[in-house]
Design a binder for this molecule. Sequence first.
Ligand SMILES: *Cc1c(COP(=O)(O)O)cnc(C)c1O
Length: 399
Amino acid sequence: MEELAVFGGKPVLSKKIGYGHQYIDDNDIQAVVDVLKSDYLTCGPKIEEAEKKLCEITGAKYAVLIANGTAALHACIFAAGIGKGDEVITTPITFAASANCALYLGAKPVFADIDPDTYNIDPDSIEKCITERTKAVVAVDYTGQAVQLDRIREICDRHNLILIEDAAHSLGTKYNGKAVGSIADMTEFSFHPVKTCTAGEGGAVTTNDYELYKKLVLFRTHGITRVQEWMDKPSEGGWYYQQIDLGYNYRMTDMQAALLSSQLDKLDMFGKRRKELVKRYDAAFAEVPEIIVQKEIPESDTVRHLYVIQFDLDKLKCTRKEVFEALQAEGVGVNVHYIPVYSFPYYKSIGYKMGICPNAEKLYERMISIPLYYSLTDEQQESVITAVKKVINYYKKEA
Ligand SMILES: *Cc1c(COP(=O)(O)O)cnc(C)c1O
């Protein structure tokens, strides 16, 4: 058997690759440079341009660019009118921001378990978590696959809850033919460099509801407005504005918006390539009984942000940590998405205990994210597959 690189063998990839990487072309660079030479570095025309494109892509009536995805989630919780004593249901298999946003406004995140096959929040578990204090569900399209929006929408309607979709992973994904961004009450996107389209840092919320839109816009800029119909008396003159709510400075710069706008022009191209790569991984791992891949639901036409493999540890003589380190040594960029949010020391300090979501905790012990990004070449992907198979072969139990 071939010696693993972690034990001194020759690595499959002589040059290490990352698990994710942004793709920036000359149009992106030119777009940013043009802004730098223009009159507006912030509050300029690029914000509206990118917002318009997001509306076109998602089919939503309104899009509000916000400084980053975390601030966008904060804005959603604010716009939903959530505060002290309220509960917000979300998944533990997500980036911490999906739950932190409730804490920012004094509300309590409640963790529903995941479906063990799709890894997305389980609608039945959502129902079990609902109390008279529940105000909203933050449903995360984990790895880019849409959650079961029909069922979750129905549950939210029946219990009068606001549905916030954390679509940080799922820009470009469609659910039953409708783009993510036009289905939930509010949908949040992130444009961090590992996400499908980037602004450096950036986020957005889309909605079809004018009242929510108004609150999102106010929250982004201190609660300040120049819109006459939102003011309580006629304007005193050209300089006049009013603060009618308490917001923050959560604006994106025009440099970032220009980069995002240029990136959004490539979304179809990015999505197509990501789908090709996922298909090839799925085909390659279908032959490996020690690897379990994420189950896809037919309703979701998915632009995948992450490719996650789960190891059937009963069939391997090793831990996830050993596989992780072996793959790293082979030159494969790996990561784990995610550590269950409630297991962090901060969450423990505010009263959360292990054991509340067994499916999530089990998945966490067994999963690894492997490289998936637009510019990953066929050859690099083949090497990743070779490395994964090499490591599995080394550690697999004799049948
Ligand atoms: C990236 C991410 C966010 C937050 O986005 P930032 O732009 O980094 O603040 C929120 N939720 C999920 C699921 C994410 O992956």
